[in-house]
Design a protein around this ligand. Structure first.
Ligand SMILES: Nc1ncnc2c1ncn2[C@@H]1O[C@H](COP(=O)(O)OP(=O)(O)O)[C@@H](O)[C@H]1O
Ligand SMILES: [Mg+2]
Length: 252
């Protein structure tokens, strides 16, 4: 099984606080892999290290076997790694269609001008229609993203990453702040993307039902370190994990 993303001994300190401490992680191509852990465990910092937004003090990151430890986010995006944020990063004044269009053009290095070659325009229209269908946003295509429900805005954000050509998607709490219905719609979407588009998913998630519904592997972080790793059902039985979570969430 090919590794899509590998971290070896990643360490990041903020002053005297070791936010991420010798973390190693292997994400298999085409898998759905969850990172869980109590608040402050270092999950978001780990994602920032993996996606080039922060530089590690020690350790290495490999993307498709190529070392990318010191490459900036925009280079990693071009190599197929995109991330979403806990706060949405869409253009709220533009419509869903416009947001996706801009990302599709950007990914192909095109300029945002109307005199595109007709062949290119046809390709764009086709991919756009396909994306709107997968995302379930056909009816919202002409609405400004800022006017959509929170859950739909987050779906647009996932759509932007896809438009940019993501092969690996890092999602930081993709269902945070969502209603139950929005949560399950998002899980369904991620499942579809995972299966139909063979997208590799690495996601941070608090909701254990979502973790169990989506993840094939789970890595547990605690105080910046990897506390456990395994299949979801193994993690749910793990006593060290249960102790770390005591008073935080109920596992299983
Ligand atoms: N930019 C920063 N400067 C200083 N401390 C930070 C910074 N980012 C995160 N931290 C600290 O690092 C630890 C891990 O944070 P974070 O990665 O956000 O955890 P998680 O996402 O698991 O809740 C926390 O104690 C947090 O306060
Ligand atoms: Mg976080």
């Amino acid at each position: 099984m090919r590794k899509a993303l590998v971290a070896q001994g990643l360490t990041k300190a903020f002053g005297r606080l070791l936010a991420v401490n010798r973390v190693s992680l292997e994400v298999v191509e085409g898998s759905a892999h969850a990172v869980i852990g109590p608040n402050g465990a270092g999950k978001s910092t780990l994602f920032a290290l993996l996606s080039g937004f922060l530089r590690p003090d020690q350790g290495r990151v490999y993307l498709w076997d190529r070392e990318v430890t010191h490459l900036p986010p925009e280079v990693l995006v071009r190599m197929g790694l995109s991330r979403t944020f806990q706060v949405s990063q869409v253009f709220p004044g533009l419509t869903v269609r416009e947001n996706l269009w801009i990302a599709l053009e950007a990914a192909r290095g095109w300029s945002p001008f109307p005199w595109l070659k007709s062949k290119d325009r046809a390709w764009l229209e086709e991919r756009l229609a396909q994306l709107l269908e997968i995302l379930g946003l056909e009816d919202e295509a002409h609405r400004p993203v800022g006017e959509l429900a929170h859950g739909d805005q987050r779906v647009v954000e996932i759509g932007l990453a896809l438009s940019l050509g993501a092969r690996i998607l890092l999602l930081d709490e993709p269902t945070a702040g969502m209603s139950e219905e929005e949560t399950w719609r998002t899980v369904e979407l991620l499942r579809t993307l995972h299966r139909q588009e063979n997208l590799t998913l690495l996601f941070i998630e608090h909701d254990m039902e979502v973790v169990f519904g989506l993840a094939e592997r789970v890595t547990v972080l605690h105080l910046g370190e990897v506390l456990a790793e395994g299949k979801p059902e193994e993690i749910a039985q793990d006593e060290a994990v249960q102790a770390a979570y005591l008073g935080e969430v109920v596992l299983g």
